[in-house]
Design a protein around this ligand. Structure first.
Ligand SMILES: [Zn+2]
Length: 307
């Protein structure tokens, strides 16, 4: 008796290697590299956008029964490439073979987006809070509301897989749907790309209703938020950390050499010569000013004394 009578065994590692080689060939044509879904723990998603994505899918009975079969696949690294684009997700999943998955998403209906912007006006103060889900409970509930929120329903999702046992939802598609949740943990801004809307409009809408209709500072603020965002999420990505970005964001370490004087100078500068366009054309100056404001916020804390 020997093990030779069994069919040839191909290790998981070997299958992964083969699939990866095949996948690399496939994406090479498009001039990019593979973007695999690698979970840092058993949890598929840990941040607001990632978790809300998964919760939304599981909330629909159409999906709830079929999704679980994708969990093991996404956890063991079978989703070897996943791209979130405007209105679609393209992915490669390694099963007994390498399969191509394409999932189409209808763009968020214009009226739904417009209504949401109206309801959220003045409540989303910057991009970083939006992307880290640091918003009021009301807004978070609004975002995830089943019919009026921003997440897609099954009827807005069009599933397709190249595998032979393709039914309504095979395990490859299910794995990719979960993979999107994992990807949103790292890059929550892709949610808005996928839904075909501009997330900046939420912040701009908030600021313009709160102040004057001439939007000068909001543009500088959003530009700044974008820069911080890249720093914060970039750092976390390189660290390969599980750490949820919901933990408070640290401001850039760089401090202005003279924290007090420039602040006063800027604060008291008369707007006579500074036109609205200035803020747009000089993001660096706007950034310095914001850094100073951060420093300013810290001053009272330092002065506080024990009695
Ligand atoms: Zn399939």
């Amino acid at each position: 008796m020997s093990w030779y009578s069994f069919r040839p065994y191909v290790s998981v590692a070997e299958r992964h290697r083969k699939a990866e080689a095949a996948a690399k060939k496939l994406v090479k044509k498009s001039g990019r590299s593979l973007a695999p879904v690698n979970l840092a723990s058993r949890k598929i998603a840990t941040t607001f956008w990632g978790k809300a994505w998964c919760d939304n899918l599981e909330a629909y009975s159409d999906f709830a029964n079929r999704l679980p079969r994708g969990r093991a696949y996404v956890r063991n690294g079978s989703v070897i490439d996943l791209q979130i684009l405007r209105g679609k997700v393209e992915a490669l999943v390694q099963g007994s073979d390498l399969y191509k998955i394409a999932i189409g998403f209808s763009p968020l209906a214009a009226k739904r987006w417009k209504d949401f912007k109206t309801r959220s006006a003045g409540k989303v103060t910057n991009l970083l809070d939006l992307l880290q889900g640091r918003l009021s409970k009301d807004i978070l509930a609004d975002i995830t509301a089943r019919d009026a929120g921003l997440f897609p329903s099954p009827k807005e999702i069009d599933l397709d897989c190249s595998c032979p046992d393709w039914a309504d939802m095979c395990k490859h598609v299910a794995a990719v749907l979960y993979g999107v949740g994992a990807r949103l943990d790292e890059k929550p801004e892709l949610f808005f790309t996928l839904r075909g809307v501009d997330m900046q409009e939420l912040v701009t809408a908030a600021s313009t209703t709160a102040t004057t209709p001439i939007a000068s500072t909001p543009a500088a603020d959003t530009a700044l938020a974008g820069a911080d965002l890249a720093e914060i999420f970039g750092v976390e990505l390189e660290a390969g950390d599980v750490a949820a970005p919901t933990v408070e964001a640290k401001p850039p370490p760089a401090r202005p050499a003279k924290p007090i004087r420039p602040r006063r100078a800027l604060a008291r500068r008369k707007p006579s010569k500074a036109k609205a366009g200035d803020a747009l054309q000089k993001p660096r100056r706007a950034r310095t000013r914001k850094a100073v404001l951060v420093a300013e916020a810290k001053v009272p804390a330092r002065k506080a004394k024990k009695k």
